[in-house]
Design a protein around this ligand. Structure first.
Ligand SMILES: [Fe+2]
Ligand SMILES: [Fe+2]
Length: 267
């Protein structure tokens, strides 16, 4: 089930079919997304914990402070997001959306937990609070709107795709590489999920407002890209990114997400 669903998620918005046949995808319902998250939870990759952390001190030195900050970021209890989702679910008359958000949060917490277990295995103390986490608390008021939430999350997830690909390249640890593979597999549908939500919220928005939204998103995107590079450049470099390469890849990934969050991309 998972593979068919993931295949559906990778559908592009372009088409070579005649104009009469509308082949654009439809937005998934909350029930469909719930089915996806449940199926995904039953189809996780095996992590070879029996091999131990398997990370060399040299590799660890390059990634450890970054990874513990990222681990903390994946560990939020999600209570604010649930409250935001409850408001959104009431407004859109979609009560199942709250259950769906709980499944999404559980998946993010699994990322945090497996990364935490890796840090434990490597003998690294877990972080308690970092700058990104504190910034998040400052902006929490804005985050009570589902649109702002989904926007921030999709931008962070675009960077997570680059980040975990870099961590995977930066180590020969079988455990850490498998954890990165699982997170990368999960994040592709996450981005799609957030983009669909944004497309639903923006349906019917006029051109001027859409233009302002796009501009605000680009400002936010540039800020987050700069912050991720500044905070994590050592690990990103260890994974083969120069700033230039990171910047270009971030724009390319985000460009695809911008296509998928366009309401016109759907029937
Ligand atoms: Fe995650
Ligand atoms: Fe995610």
């Amino acid at each position: 089930m998972r593979s068919a669903m993931v295949e559906a998620l990778t559908l592009t918005t372009e088409s070579t079919a005649p104009a009469s046949a509308d082949v654009r995808p439809v937005v998934w319902t909350s029930a469909e997304w719930i089915a996806y998250f449940r199926a995904n939870a039953d189809n996780l990759l095996d992590i070879p914990w029996e091999t131990g952390a398997g990370v060399t001190p040299e590799e660890l030195a390059e990634i450890v402070s970054s990874l513990s900050a990222w681990q903390l970021g994946e560990t939020s209890d999600g209570s604010r997001l649930v409250r935001t989702a409850e408001k959104h679910a009431a407004k859109f008359n979609d009560p199942a959306f709250v259950d769906l958000i709980r499944l999404f949060i559980a998946e993010e917490q699994r990322h945090g937990e497996t990364l935490g277990l890796f840090l434990d295995a490597a003998g690294v103390p877990r972080a308690r609070r970092d700058l990104g986490d504190s910034l998040f608390r400052v902006f929490r008021h804005f985050l009570m709107r589902m649109e702002v939430w989904a926007t921030v999350v999709v931008i962070i997830e675009v960077h997570a795709m680059l980040y975990y690909a870099a961590i995977r390249r930066a180590t020969r640890s079988a455990v850490l590489r498998r954890i990165c593979e699982q997170i990368l597999r999960d994040e592709v549908p996450h981005i799609r999920f957030q983009c669909e939500r944004l497309a639903i919220i923006r349906r019917g928005r006029n051109r001027v407002l859409m233009g302002l939204t796009a501009a605000a998103q680009r400002v936010l995107f540039v800020g987050i890209t700069a912050a991720v590079w500044i905070g994590h450049r050592r690990a990103l470099r260890a994974g083969g990114f120069t700033f230039r390469r990171f910047w270009r890849n971030a724009w390319a990934q985000m460009g695809r997400a911008w296509q998928v969050m366009n309401p016109k991309a759907y029937r």
